[in-house]
Design a protein around this ligand. Sequence first.
Ligand SMILES: [Zn+2]
Ligand SMILES: [Zn+2]
Length: 355
Amino acid sequence: MQAVVCHGPEDYRLEEVAKPSLPDGGALVRVEAVGICASDLKCYHGAAKFWGDENRPAWAETEVVPGHEFVGVVEEIGSEAAQRWGVAVGDRVTSEQIVPCWRCRYCLRGAYHMCAVHDLYGFKRRTPGAMAEFMTFPPEAIVHRISKDLPPAHAAFVEPLSCSLHAVERADIQFEDVVVVAGCGPIGLGMIAGAKAKGAAHVVALDAVASKLDLAKRSGADTALDITTDDIYEVVRGLTGGFGADVYIEGTGHPAAVKQGLNLLRKLGTYVEYGVFGSEASADWSIISDDKELDVRGAHLGPHTWPKAISILESGVLPMDDICSHQLPLSQFQEGLDLVGSGSTSVKVSLLPGS
Ligand SMILES: [Zn+2]
Ligand SMILES: [Zn+2]
């Protein structure tokens, strides 16, 4: 079969590799669509702090097939796995991006997304990803069925959406809350839809690209502001009787967005960090303590949110035709990576291995 193989930073190649066989207790899946994520791009560029720094575990190994945002059709499955996951040959399925060990401290306490082993599809040799015609789900995988009525690229958006929803859950949103979402890329748009689904009184979206602000409004944002031209502090104060935002959810990974969030929040507000940063962010931490007594929380992956992500996609509330801006055959993976890298011309770029 054809597969993209990572040989190291900026050295990904389309190769003919052996089609995997049905793993014991797992499933063999024919991949329909795989999204390219900002984390795939970081990995592609070598993510120096992950590849080079001895103090950090290399989470991206070589000789791995990338791709962790996918849907496919069950090609082969044993009866035990079929029963465990409630799926059959021919069903469209997805698997959560982490394959938990189910034995470590985190897995045993329900926080499987923090599994100490941390086998993520597409980043570890033990769990090859979806930029291939076929992939396998090991028995430890968490598998969900997803409607065949959705276009494959739309269905594969379940992975980033699950991450957005987890960040929203970390924010513990109340009905009266004015929620600010920083960044209107795929993750931010999902956060906007998630914050609305949680009943936030008002959702404010921030970005610097007009087309993304338009998508933010169509994803449910009540107000969309351009950080380069609008006075965001004035608008948020106006919406909150002068106090400031109740919740700030950061999805850009830009250091300036950290200070911005700490400043936009009211006292006792909640800051959720989802962004992955290319450099250190600095801020005056006394805003968190002495000044505002903030709750600052991180968010990683999307535990316990996949069923809701699937129902949001199936409900059609998100403008998926525009969110899934580019679909390419597997052979054009390089163009896909470059599109994600160029930023403002694309939203979600997907590869369709079967096409
Ligand atoms: Zn992703
Ligand atoms: Zn574990």
